[in-house]
Write a protein that binds this ligand. Structure first.
Ligand code: MOS
Length: 710
């Protein structure tokens, strides 16, 4: 296949989004539908002893108030989050915000008003178990990887080290906060269920609904062309989706539900807080003699969500001894879930902060320290790297940033009242790969259509699909029609783990290649088909792609050490009087296999850097340990970066081609950008102030409390 063509600059999903004609789940025409609002528990523990629904039932426009007793039993399939209304039938309350009733009315505002009239009585509430007090526990069934991994003798490596650094780092609870809150429309026609949803996998939703209602898989149709942001909170299946379909079944009419912004803080996951300790030993030349990384994250009482924060520490740096340990702590809170750059986002903050501490302790430049510890093969498993261009990322990004002009001494760079800090960190991300199928069809008039049951989450996947198909067929990409977001189309798996270009892209590539072969057999070359496609007047091919046998559940290779890499350099300016930290500029270079669409690829990375700035400086969902609830369930109290927080971002890609990840040579990019930036900023704050802040986000109060400002 050719390198990314100028055609890759197109964004076919753009006009519909800009003109408002793109239809999101809550835009589904609701003829005859009831609008639903969930009522959540106001306590985090205890038992529900009574529900008072009379006032709500009597409110204007209300058609029903459903409680657990009104709903059918709903068995859960894989990756479905616990269905709390079923537990609340026995009265058990597991977290604040747990659904205890559904109010249906003839308008969303009326449903919302009535929901506010529902009163509940609780008993046996107790003091919530919170993260800092919960004991470490092991996941019951580790989903992704073993929680403990060891190579060599870490104790011996530390004893033999010339320099040892060891410190504990924490990352905060964070919420996904997509622009489009989760929304579901459900309609039953006899035993057939049609759902319009905002989800990262229509196939998983279809499976969950068919399992829950005991109807054949084919009887459930899920439609989701556009997602107004997901970042992981729409990756699995959550209670509101099953409850909407159940309410439609029970009442015999379509139901449309949209979570309120407040409910987005309790009802579809969050990135759990982590507490991590990294210990590094190095010889006199800065080469690691031992690496130990342990992590614990908050989980819900009944869930097992594990933040794989220690994983990257097994493949980043050469060390004769490596030991990682991952634990969860069961607490009284809603279930966490993956969030953009799961695992490596929180984990690399700790590892890359520790590497910076080692650089200062040994007096070796942070870039040089990383180059000296660049491994030949995977440090833990010895597997070959499928491709690894970290060295090029480090050197080129350092050069573009002007790193050589840095004076290493903390507090040595200043501009008036502002302390200037330059910091850097490496980035890496797992390569998750999911199977997909696609159908490509060409009509006698040359019209090309690609169909794939994937979702457009905002990354511009339709443009990538059109680019790949047109490159193979030699057609005009603007003439390629792309259909997606419907379970009636050839199935694809999740839009998650930065995997869509690899999975969906490879399937489109395979189908287009097969179609090209068929055309060749017919003696058709070029795109002047007229009359040559036989009686049907069209020709089509369907093909699939999936990770090779032996890959793990998430499509990660077990033959190669297969990851993406990057290097992030940040300049911060710290107000020496006020402790205010501003990111002034940022240069980041990435190696993620072949880049199919430079425009959308760049926008993924700048978006990721904005996430990193949020992680380092702003995003913190404070959890009230007394009331057992997230405090600020809105975007005023939960701050995310706005345009004014984001400086000019200099992003580039180094040449990379991964022949093992898939036929395109591409790897995933989406989440890589959200890794590394947090540590680069924290390291820059140390360089500016001479104070090491090991807990993110570092707000003004934290910077002042650390005495980082004067
Ligand atoms: Mo992502 S957290 O894999 O949607």
């Amino acid at each position: 296949m050719n390198t990314a063509s100028p055609a890759g600059l197109r964004r076919p999903d753009g006009p519909a989004k800009l003109t408002g004609t793109a239809r999101y789940a809550a835009d589904t025409p609701a003829h005859g539908a009831a609008y639903a609002i969930l009522v959540g528990a106001t306590v985090p523990t205890g038992r529900l002893t009574a529900l008072h629904t009379e006032a709500a039932r009597g409110a204007p426009g209300v058609s029903a108030v459903l409680t657990a007793e009104d709903l059918p039993d709903m068995p859960l399939g894989p990756l479905v989050q616990p269905l709390p209304m079923r537990r609340s039938r026995n009265g058990a309350i597991d977290y604040e915000g747990q659904p205890i009733a559904i109010v249906l009315a003839d308008g969303w505002e009326r449903a919302r008003y009535a929901a506010g009239l529902v009163r509940a009585d609780y008993a046996d509430t107790r003091r919530p178990v919170v993260f800092d007090e919960a004991p470490d526990a092991v996941e019951r069934e580790p989903l992704l990887s073993p929680p403990d991994e060891t190579k060599g003798d870490v104790a011996a490596g530390l004893a033999a080290a010339h320099t040892v650094v060891s410190a504990t780092y924490t990352t905060a609870d964070r919420h996904h906060s997509p622009m489009e809150p989760s929304a579901t429309y459900a309609r039953w026609d006899g035993d057939r269920l049609t759902v319009h949803d905002s989800v990262q996998s229509i196939g998983l939703t279809q499976l969950a609904l068919s399992t829950a209602f005991g109807v054949p898989f084919e009887s459930v149709r899920v439609i989701c062309p556009f997602i107004g942001g997901g970042f992981g909170c729409k990756g699995y299946v959550w209670p509101h989706q099953l409850l909407t379909a159940a309410a439609a079944k029970v009442t015999g009419r379509p139901v449309k539900l949209a979570l309120t912004r407040t409910q987005m803080f309790t009802s579809c996951g969050h990135q759990p807080t982590t507490r991590q300790t990294v210990t590094l030993g190095a010889d006199a030349r800065g080469r690691l003699t031992a690496l130990r990384h342990t992590s614990a994250n908050a989980a819900s009482l009944h869930g097992d969500h594990a933040e794989g924060a220690t994983e990257a520490s097994t493949w980043m740096y050469a060390s004769p001894a490596i030991e990682v340990r991952r634990r969860i702590r069961h607490t009284d809170r809603p279930e966490p879930t993956p969030m953009r750059a799961p695992h490596q986002g929180p984990g690399m903050f700790a590892l890359e902060s520790a590497m910076d501490e080692l650089a200062y302790a040994t007096g070796i430049d942070p870039v040089e320290l990383r180059l000296r510890n660049e491994p030949e093969t995977d440090p833990l498993t010895g597997r070959p790297f499928s491709s690894r261009e970290l060295r090029a990322c480090l050197l080129r990004a350092a050069d573009r940033f002007g790193w050589r002009d840095r004076t290493p001494e903390p507090r040595s760079m200043r501009d008036g009242d502002e302390l200037i800090g330059w910091g850097m960190a490496a980035a890496t991300m797992d390569t998750f790969r999911f199977a997909a199928t696609a159908r490509v069809r060409v009509d006698a008039d040359g019209h090309v259509r690609v169909e794939c049951g994937t979702q457009e989450i905002g990354t511009g996947l339709p443009g990538v699909i059109a680019t790949i198909a047109s490159d193979v067929l030699g057609t005009d990409p603007d003439a390629v029609e792309v259909r997606f977001g419907d379970t009636e189309l050839p199935p694809a798996w999740m839009t998650a783990g930065s995997s869509a270009t690899m999975g969906v892209g490879s399937a489109v590539y395979a189908a287009a290649t097969e179609l090209k072969e068929k055309l060749k057999e017919l003696g058709v070359s070029g795109m002047g088909f007229a009359g040559s496609l036989g009686a049907a007047g069209f020709l089509e091919a369907e093909a699939g792609w999936g990770p090779e046998e032996g890959s793990d559940l998430a499509g990660r290779s077990r033959t190669y050490s297969m990851h993406t890499y990057g290097a992030v350099f940040a300049e911060v300016r710290v107000d020496d009087e006020l402790g205010l930290v501003r990111v002034a500029r940022c240069t980041a270079g990435y190696a993620a296999g072949r880049i199919i669409n430079p425009l959308t690829a760049r926008s993924q990375m700048t978006g990721g850097l904005a996430w990193g700035i949020g992680q380092a400086l702003l995003e913190n969902s404070r959890f009230d340990g007394y009331f057992g609830r997230f405090v600020s369930k809105n975007l005023a109290g939960y701050t995310v970066p706005v345009n004014a927080d984001i400086p000019e971002l200099d992003v580039f890609f180094v040449d990379d081609h991964d022949p093992h990840a898939g036929p395109l040579g591409a790897k995933g990019i989406g989440e890589l950008g959200a890794v590394g930036a947090g540590a680069a900023i924290a390291n820059a704050v140390f360089h500016a102030t001479g104070k090491r802040l090991r807990d993110v986000p570092m707000g003004i109060a934290e910077v002042m409390a650390a005495g980082a400002a004067r």
